[in-house]
Design a protein around this ligand. Sequence first.
Ligand SMILES: [Zn+2]
Length: 678
Amino acid sequence: MINPGLPKIFYGGDYNPEQWEKKVWDEDVRLFKLANIDIATVNVFSWALNQPDETTYNFEWLDEVIDKLYQNGIFVCLATSTAAHPAWMATRYPDVLRVDFEGRKRKFGSRHNSCPNSPTYRKYAPLIAQKLAERYKNHPALLVWHVSNEYGGICYCDNCAAAFREWLKERYGTLQALNAAWYTSFWGHTFYDWDEIVPPSILSEHSGPYRTSFQSITLDYARFNSDSLLACYQLEYDELKKQTPGVPITTNLMGTYKPLDYFKWAKQMDVVSWDNYPAADTPVSVTAMRHDLMRGLKDGQPFMLMEQTPSMQNWQPYNSLKRPGVMRLWSYQAVAHGADTVMFFQLRRSRGASEKYHGAVVEHVGHENTRVFRESAELGAELSRLEDKLLDSRVPAKVGILFDWDNWWAIENSSGPTIDLKYVDEVHKYYQAFYDQNIPVDMIGVDTTLAGYDLVIAPVLYMVKPGYAKKLEDFVKKGGVFLTTFFSGIVNETDLVTLGGYPGELRSLLGIWVEEIDALFPGQKNRIVMKEKLGGLEGEYTCNLLCDLLHSEGAEVVATYGDDFYQGMPVVTRNNFGKGQAWYVASSPEPAFLKGLAGRIAADKRIKPLLETPPGVEAAARTKDGETFLFILNHNRQPQTVDLANLQGTDLLANEAVSGSVDIPASGLRIISCSNPD
Ligand SMILES: [Zn+2]
């Protein structure tokens, strides 16, 4: 449980009273209470206000805000304010400023602007965290710590270069080992002194952000940068933990955010929280996958939905409004996938600067008579009525889909075979194949134990880390089903090719040898020709992107290519290995093929869909104490009817018994509580 202090789903969000005169604060509190808000995230961007110079700290305003909220039944998620350094700090200590990819020293401005290896930042950020902890450690309003905000970005300054060299010494020990790992005999890169190593940027190895001559250097710099920011987080974490050991600590993550290895970060977090900002045209399956990824970071523990907009965003090119009902629907989608809080950015809309057109519970008009406020207040009341019923429940899944940041970085740093290969898109294709059939999925990391899963899917497992092939072999030997795709088993963790034939360490598990890899032009396709009917799969399907040219070394050939000079070569194979099977899909198939394949391998393992639903209606489930909470979410703008088959239960929101067919309004939902079936 995130915090036993409040036995319900926390409801609220970011609140920036420092942007307003005090006379507005009383009105804020009145409105928050009307909206059934019980948690406010405060102090996110107040460093300059809290610390006007090196030695002066000013928290009186914050005392007043926190007291006022608490007196009105509102708890705080207390941020440490370190996501934007004060202007005076940048002027006096320029080491706090970042150097960008083009080598330009930044000046004061924007946010998330501090160099993570700046001695100044590393001194003052934990210091203010310490002062906040000292001041508020016994305040009854304090529920959760929120360190900094949306950590991200990358710095190429000299302090970072020096820290990178130390990080490399730690990782490789000797220059000889580093030269071997990076393959520096290529293009005359042999290093004889650690000081010869410079960050990989447009001034050195890169010809563009995603175009590097030395993949291993760029890969290690991505790891180093993620670790550098994590070290900053850790410094603040330690200060807070020292004084408030019982208060959970988080920082808000951003889903499939490329620069940070969130599996590594989550190990240092008490609870995962994240900011969900789909665009109006983001598929709902992508949002579902991101929720599942955030839940997977801590092995299925519930997470906090820290931010979402109640209506519109401001940084998209076109910032559509969430249509009536959609904010509520997407809030429950988060809960269905493991969220134990529903929180917004922000509670009152800013008057100036870049976020003044970002939606808020309280709009510029300043009163409660708006559509957005009404919808927010209704959701708040509904979440209060649910009490703690859903809190701390789990999402059971028998399918695990692997997601690995190192692999993501390595694939997209690769020079060849195609610029169109996007890791997250390929992962999502497989995710969607299960999602569309209401088969729950866990997004898992390389450290996740596989024992609880029947199926493990690893799309584009390009990088195989030490011990992972053995882990997969053990899983399959015991009866598990494993599936991977084209461009897998290619390199080790420093991006050196595993010699002796692709897919390298996965070759005996998959029972195949990949001889060549063909890249298709945009619009170019090949065909998957089924050898025989397999579940719902028969006939032909299209595939594109990359085509591996492979030979079976014992695997059964399920389908062959239909075109080109490799017509007739295997494109889908299945290998019996121990008590299980390992599948290989050698190209990127159309969705209909993946849906059929997912359905078939799930059925083989007797994994049943939660429910059969019309298109655009999602079913997801959480369980607790022998009770299942089935969420049926209608993402269509028309009402839908869903057949519950033999399921009976109670609709928690309508508070009525349900069975047979149920109607779901447009953008509406039901949560049906039932005893665990089977
Ligand atoms: Zn730096």
